[in-house]
Design a protein around this ligand. Structure first.
Ligand code: NAG
Ligand code: NAG
Length: 288
């Protein structure tokens, strides 16, 4: 009897001790996570804009129903509630002048920036205030919904292990084999697994499966600002070069990317002909 009760007592003590130890480990882990990735609260939206373009010279200044495209993008971005600040980053005086004219803050960046990401990084270094998150808002999506901008910011804030976030929408079946439409596959938790210009996942029939929810990648992306400093400097990677998709460099280096799914009709403007298309659509939808 005595032995039995003593045994029980020490058993309880062991269990209690074990629970405390588990709690202590969990608390330490929590404290570590909190410390290593403090809540990223401050976000800036940067609209990179350059004048020169092989397919469409002066694109940011193209008039869309009487307003420059860059102004339309900026006005949409200003409606995003998660952004503390919105700036245009450009190397061109004409663009800068136009943007100051409608009230935008402009950061001049060097002509040597190879791409929008580099321009965002340079602009971030030149901003006086510190930001935790940078949203790269493509200037050629004048109908971008502010809710999508807020969505990628919140996605990054809710996923402290991710350094990058972006958005996808449903792929139209007819775009399945269009290499200009980038497809994406994600894991169960909404982290990107891969991006491709080919159809992913691939159905052995060789055709688009009308029942499969394929995802189309949208251009908007947001970065952890510390990650943005190193991103342009990471050497090109094998898959990135083969697919000609910058974002693969992030995944190939083992970083996590959070992906949100949104309802959005992509109306990116690549050529002067796209301007007419978008104007027709805006008239149809009574957007002025
Ligand atoms: C492939 O697509 C067809 C429809 O086109 C679908 O019935 C099938 O389940 C898909 N997957 C496989 C493994 O065949
Ligand atoms: C942008 O350009 C730089 C320099 O050419 C390059 O290293 C980088 O991979 C490009 N893309 C991104 C997303 O940084």
């Amino acid at each position: 009897m005595e032995i039995c009760s003593r045994g029980l007592g020490s058993g309880r003590a062991w269990i209690a001790h074990g629970l405390l130890a588990v709690a202590a480990i969990a608390a330490a882990g929590y404290a570590f996570r909190r410390k290593s990735s403090h809540f990223r609260s401050r976000a800036v939206g940067i609209i990179p804009a350059r004048y020169k373009s092989s397919r469409f010279e002066g694109k940011p200044l193209a008039q869309i129903l009487g307003k420059p495209m860059i102004q339309r993008t900026w006005e949409r971005a200003k409606l995003a509630v998660t952004l503390d600040h919105v700036v245009v980053a450009t190397d061109d005086e004409k663009i800068a002048e136009c943007c100051r004219g409608f009230g935008a803050d402009v950061i001049m960046t060097s002509e040597s920036c190879q791409n929008g990401t580099e321009r965002c990084n340079e602009a971030l270094q030149k901003l006086k205030k510190k930001y935790d998150i940078v949203v790269n808002i493509q200037g050629d999506e004048p109908l971008i919904e502010p809710e999508i901008i807020d969505g990628v910011v919140k996605a990054l804030q809710r996923a402290p292990d991710a350094v990058f976030s972006t958005a996808v929408t449903s792929l139209k079946p007819e775009d399945g084999f269009d290499p200009n439409r980038v497809k994406c596959v994600v894991d169960k938790h909404g982290y990107a697994i891969y991006f491709s210009r080919g159809l992913i996942p691939y159905n052995k029939s060789g055709e688009v499966n009308p029942k499969f929810p394929y995802l189309l990648h949208l251009g908007i992306q947001s970065y952890d600002s510390k990650f943005l400093r190193i991103y342009p400097q990471l050497p090109p990677t094998l898959l990135q070069l083969e697919e000609d998709l910058e974002q693969l460099k992030v995944l190939e280096n083992g970083y996590k990317m959070k992906v949100i799914k949104v309802d959005h009709d992509a109306h990116g403007i690549d050529t002067p002909a796209d301007v007419e298309k978008i104007e027709a659509l805006m008239r149809e939808r009574n957007i002025s």
